[in-house]
Design a protein around this ligand. Structure first.
Ligand SMILES: [Zn+2]
Length: 222
C-alpha cells in the first residue's frame, strides 16, 4: 500500500476541489460576462459612427459668419490634434479677429478651459474686461452652460455657433437629455435678450471635425 503523498509536496492541492465546487457558478457567469464584453465592444465600435444629418444653416448667418466659422472649426481641429476635445472659439471686432482659443481643458489640467471660457478669460486678461463689448463671438459648437455664463459676462452682443450640442451627442451615440437646454433658452432666461444668437452654421463641417476627433480618441484607447 502506497503511503499518502504529504501535503507539503502538493502545495496547490486545494485548487482542484475549489474549482470543482465553483464550476456551476463559473459556468453560469461566463456567458453573461461574454455578452457584456461583446455588448461593450459593439457600443464602443458604434459610438463614433452614428449617422447624423446636419441641420440647415440659420438664415440669419452671413457670408462673413461662414468665414469665421471655418476658422472656429480649424481651432477645434487644432485642439483635437493636441489631445483635447474638438472645440474652438474666436472673438471678432469690426470684421477682424481680436483673439482666438482652442480648448485645452485636458492638456492644461484645467477643466474650466473650454474653448469659450478659455477665450473670454484670455481676452479679458490681455485686452481688458471691456474689450469684447459689442463684439461677435464665434464658437465651433453650441456652448455648454458654464461657457454661456462666461459669454454672458463678456459683453458680446452676438453669438454664432456651428454645431448644435445635441447633434454631437447623437454623433457619439450618447444618451440624449429628455429636455435639452439650448443656448437660446439660456440667454433668454438670463435676461440677455440683447445678445443675438445665430446657429447652427456649416454643421456638416463641424460634425466631421468631431467625428475625426472621436475616431482619434478611440484609436488611442488600449
Ligand atoms: Zn463649455
Amino acid at each position: 500500500m502506497n503511503a499518502p503523498i504529504p501535503l507539503v509536496s502538493r502545495p496547490y492541492a486545494w485548487v482542484r476541489p475549489l474549482l470543482l465546487a465553483s464550476r456551476p457558478v463559473l459556468r453560469s457567469a461566463i456567458v453573461p460576462a461574454f455578452l457584456l464584453v461583446l455588448g461593450c465592444a459593439c457600443n464602443h465600435a458604434a459610438a463614433a459612427t452614428q449617422q447624423v444629418t446636419p441641420l440647415a444653416d440659420d438664415p440669419a448667418c452671413t457670408a462673413e459668419d461662414r468665414k469665421f466659422m471655418a476658422r472656429a472649426y480649424e481651432l477645434a481641429a487644432a485642439a483635437s490634434e493636441k489631445g483635447n476635445g474638438a472645440y474652438g472659439a474666436l472673438v471678432v471686432k469690426d470684421g477682424k479677429i481680436l483673439m482666438e482659443f482652442s480648448n485645452d481643458a485636458k492638456t492644461s489640467g484645467d477643466v474650466t478651459h473650454h474653448g469659450e471660457t478659455g477665450l473670454v478669460s484670455l481676452t479679458s486678461r490681455k485686452l481688458g474686461i471691456t474689450s469684447m463689448k459689442g463684439c461677435t463671438f464665434y464658437t465651433s459648437t453650441e456652448p455648454c452652460i458654464m461657457c454661456c455664463g462666461a459669454i454672458n459676462s463678456s459683453g458680446v452682443t452676438r453669438l454664432v455657433y456651428g454645431v448644435t450640442a445635441i447633434q454631437v451627442s447623437r454623433l457619439r451615440g450618447r444618451k440624449l437629455p429628455v429636455k435639452p437646454l439650448q443656448v437660446r433658452e439660456v440667454f433668454e432666461r438670463a435676461g440677455r435678450a440683447n445678445v443675438a444668437v445665430c446657429g447652427p452654421l456649416m454643421e456638416g463641417d463641424g460634425l466631421a471635425v468631431h467625428a475625426a476627433a472621436f475616431a482619434k480618441m478611440d484609436a488611442a484607447k488600449p
